[in-house]
Design a protein around this ligand. Structure first.
Ligand SMILES: *Cc1c(COP(=O)(O)O)cnc(C)c1O
Ligand code: SF4
Length: 341
């Protein structure tokens, strides 16, 4: 290994100390004891560039809420468990999840640049379960054995935490398998650490001969700043279809104005809204939950404001189901606008 690249250096500089985060956003130490307690279960981690997009002095800032450990995480809530979507039952080999027809999802690595407090994989036993181990041998063998698999999804953790050579090693072996037509990458790095989108990554992407889809993850329009727009543009120039998935989160994006602005901001940056996920009921995240009826009503209002292609699909993941469950949108969402005569 030579010098760390610029993105690895930026990653190493991420804030992991709750006291430092509170100070950086101009909040006093009042929230510190709770943050320290909650961080013991799932440590704090957030890149400095993401912190710079937070409003100063606002404990309810929607970006801060996604990453600051809170007292509420320490309360048990009925129905919130450690493996809410049945991942462990769907694991066919270390780091290989095969739930749906034609698509295999690989938890390529357990690492992430940011620790999202609502993450459904916050208790995931990554130590035993990543697809990149052993030069991807088990993952590739599983895909090769099933002629129905036409799409392979790199997920995690965050697959772009892997160094370029590891990604290259994987896609070179994958391209040999004839039935595989598409590579999909689920990543939050272009949003939280746009430095990752460097020449090395772009060179790898441009060289992959499969059709390429990248699903990024932003929940609030303020996450998309100029550095993120530039990263998205370079990704698209490498021949990648860019989509976004979000999680519906109380106190972050559970109002129609925020969701509408998120969709428009994403589209201006070159990404289409794909899924809006209902929260997975993972232990420690109950305070983020939005009730299903409220979510469906919100979607009705959103659909009344936006063109159809800017309305993400509201979905919930059910253990054992053969697709993500699309929730119906409530009609009569109560558009503020009366039709003009
Ligand atoms: C969400 C998910 C997928 C992808 O589902 P799409 O509906 O195609 O986006 C694939 N495999 C697993 C295990 C998943 O959880
Ligand atoms: S980046 Fe994705 S996998 Fe990582 S903590 Fe956030 S939601 Fe979870």
């Amino acid at each position: 290994m030579g010098q760390p690249s610029a993105w690895q250096a930026a990653l190493a500089e991420a804030i992991t100390d709750p006291a430092e985060l509170l100070e950086a956003v101009g909040l006093g130490s009042q929230m510190l004891p709770a943050a320290l307690a909650a961080a013991r279960d799932f440590p704090l981690r957030v890149p400095r560039g993401f912190v710079a997009r937070m409003a100063k002095g606002d404990p309810d800032d929607p970006l801060l809420r996604q990453v600051l450990p809170l007292d509420a995480e320490c309360h048990e809530a009925y129905g919130f468990g450690r493996d809410p979507v049945g991942d462990l039952a769907a694991m066919v080999a270390p780091g290989v999840l095969h739930k749906y027809h034609g698509r295999v999802l690989l938890t390529a690595t357990g690492a992430c640049a940011v620790h999202c407090r609502y993450c459904f994989r916050r208790h995931y036993p990554y130590g035993q379960a990543t697809a990149a181990s052993g030069h991807w041998r088990d993952a590739l063998a599983h895909v090769a054995a099933d002629p129905a698999v036409s799409e392979v999804i790199l997920s995690g953790g965050d697959p772009l935490m892997l160094p370029d050579w590891r990604l290259h090693e994987f896609t070179q072996a994958l391209e040999v398998l004839e039935q595989v037509r598409r590579l999909r990458i689920h990543t939050r790095l272009p949003v939280v650490l746009p430095e990752r989108v460097d020449q090395g990554l772009l060179g790898w992407l441009a060289g992959v001969r499969l059709q390429k889809v990248m699903v990024v993850h932003a929940n609030h329009p303020r996450e998309i700043d100029a550095s993120v727009r530039a990263a998205f543009a370079r990704i698209r120039e490498s021949g990648v279809t860019l989509l976004n998935q979000s999680v519906l989160l109380r106190g972050v994006n559970d109002d129609v104005a925020t969701l509408a602005s998120l969709s428009e901001t994403l589209f201006e940056a070159g990404a289409l809204p794909y899924y809006l996920h209902m929260l997975d009921r993972v232990r420690g995240a109950a305070h983020f939950e939005v009730a299903e009826a409220a979510a469906q009503a919100l979607m009705g209002q959103l659909a009344a404001q936006l063109p159809g292609y800017l309305v993400p699909r509201l979905v919930r993941e059910l253990p054992g189901a053969d697709a993500k469950l699309a929730l119906a949108v409530s009609a009569g969402g109560g558009s503020a606008q009366e039709p003009n005569a």
